[in-house]
Design a protein around this ligand. Structure first.
Ligand code: PGA
Length: 250
């Protein structure tokens, strides 16, 4: 069976010194991670350092955000071609912090998703409900709506080269984790939704869980039928805890 993916989203946390220590630890421990593709998502200024350090490893590199345009007058943005020069093979699109803090809507998320695929890079489409939406019973409709917005723009077949990350907003950085059953329910609904529009892509789609994943919660989460790995924030900043999550992959 295909490997799980364990992805570490460092967010805006790094210095040359912490990156050096973290990458050193990951290089030393990565061989013990047998059943997961590890991916790290450094902030842009540390891409070169990360590429050099990870050159002789199987750890993949991703970026946390990208500009959908090719090049030109987009002050402050980073293009896919630039990311590609640094060995980037995954891009996070639609992370809830981008949606909430930078007003990225479904249309922009879909553009980034398509631009990423056009460069032969794999988008990781992040979806998830707020606590308020969950309490109103809207979880499945919010999450499948976020997926459908990308299907409308890119087509269901595009999910052959994509990963989905289900990250309940209320579980991100809060220490609250969706229970394995809560997560499985949503993962199953995502797969079932894709099954209706793109039956050939549904079974093989990797759906990661994110939201306060730790080494102790990972094992039970990863044992769920429709959970294919994790998108890890806080616990990806230390090599030991990130590697332990990688080792929880089956
Ligand atoms: P967290 O972040 O593990 O710190 O909750 C997850 C994410 O936002 O990707």
């Amino acid at each position: 069976m295909a490997k799980m993916i364990v992805a570490g989203n460092w967010k805006m946390n790094a210095s040359k010194e912490t990156v050096a220590a973290l990458l050193k630890g990951l290089k030393q421990g990565a061989l013990a991670v047998k059943n997961a593709q590890l991916v790290v998502f450094p902030p842009f200024p540390y891409l070169a350092q990360t590429q050099i350090e990870l050159a002789d490893t199987r750890i993949a590199i991703g970026v946390q955000n990208i500009c959908a345009a090719d090049n030109g007058a987009y002050t402050g943005e980073v293009s896919l071609a630039m990311a590609k020069e640094f060995g980037v093979s995954y891009v996070l699109v639609g992370h809830s912090e981008r949606r909430a803090l930078y007003a990225e809507g479904d249309a922009q998320v879909a553009l980034k998703f398509m631009a990423t695929q056009a460069m032969q890079i794999t988008p990781i489409l992040c979806v998830g409900e707020t606590l308020e939406q969950r309490e109103q019973g809207l979880t499945i409709s919010v999450v499948t709506g976020q997926i459908q917005a990308v299907i409308d723009a890119a087509g269901g077949a595009s999910f052959a080269n994509a990963v989905v990350a289900y990250e309940p907003v209320w579980a991100i950085g809060t220490g609250l984790t969706a229970s394995p059953a809560q997560a499985q329910e949503v993962h199953q609904a995502i797969r079932a939704h894709l099954e209706r529009v793109a039956p050939e892509q549904a079974a093989g789609l990797k759906i990661l869980y994110g939201g306060s994943v730790t080494a102790s919660s990972a094992q039970e989460l990863f044992a769920q039928a429709d959970i294919d790995g994790g998108l890890v924030g806080g616990a990806s900043l230390q090599a030991d805890s990130f590697l332990a999550i990688g080792q929880a992959a089956k």
